[in-house]
Design a protein around this ligand. Structure first.
Ligand code: SF4
Ligand code: SF4
Length: 135
């Protein structure tokens, strides 16, 4: 079983189509939608985790791209700006997945994008604008 966290960007003509349902029905994939911003007749974006065999995920992603959906890895979507960060650690207490942790020796903040689920709790916790979402 393979897991992938992805950001899907839909052109307006696809925002009303059951494209994510097709991933489940046609490709036997488990779909966990983490965030969605879909407005009819505007570009839509969905953050999702896909689970399935490598072969089925590859086929499902090819299907999405054939339909005109842009697929990007989720890790590009949340940014930690170390130049703005004052190492106050407020964000680490809010992060539900340990994507933000404190390095035990230097006490610096470490951001691990592959653990991030885009909940944006860190943005609310940070008074210095050091966490930003591209979503
Ligand atoms: S968006 Fe959520 S999961 Fe990601 S780093 Fe911030 S608090 Fe952690
Ligand atoms: S809350 Fe902001 S300033 Fe404080 S450690 Fe986290 S990212 Fe850095």
């Amino acid at each position: 079983m393979v897991k992938k966290k992805l950001v899907l960007s839909f052109p307006p003509r696809l925002t009303q189509q059951p494209v994510t349902y097709d991933l489940i029905r046609k490709f036997d994939l488990q779909v966990n939608i983490l965030r969605a911003r879909v407005v009819p007749r505007e570009r839509g974006r969905i953050v999702m985790e896909l689970k399935g065999s490598a072969k089925d995920i590859k086929a499902g992603l090819e299907y999405l791209e054939e339909q005109g959906v842009q697929v990007d890895p989720m890790v590009q979507e949340m940014r930690h700006y170390s130049d703005k960060c004052v190492q106050c650690t407020a964000c680490t207490a809010m992060c539900p997945t340990d994507a933000l942790t404190i390095e035990p020796v230097s006490r610096e903040i470490i951001f691990e994008p592959s653990h991030c689920i885009m909940c944006e709790s860190c943005i609310a916790a940070c008074s210095y604008g050091a966490m930003e979402s591209q979503f």
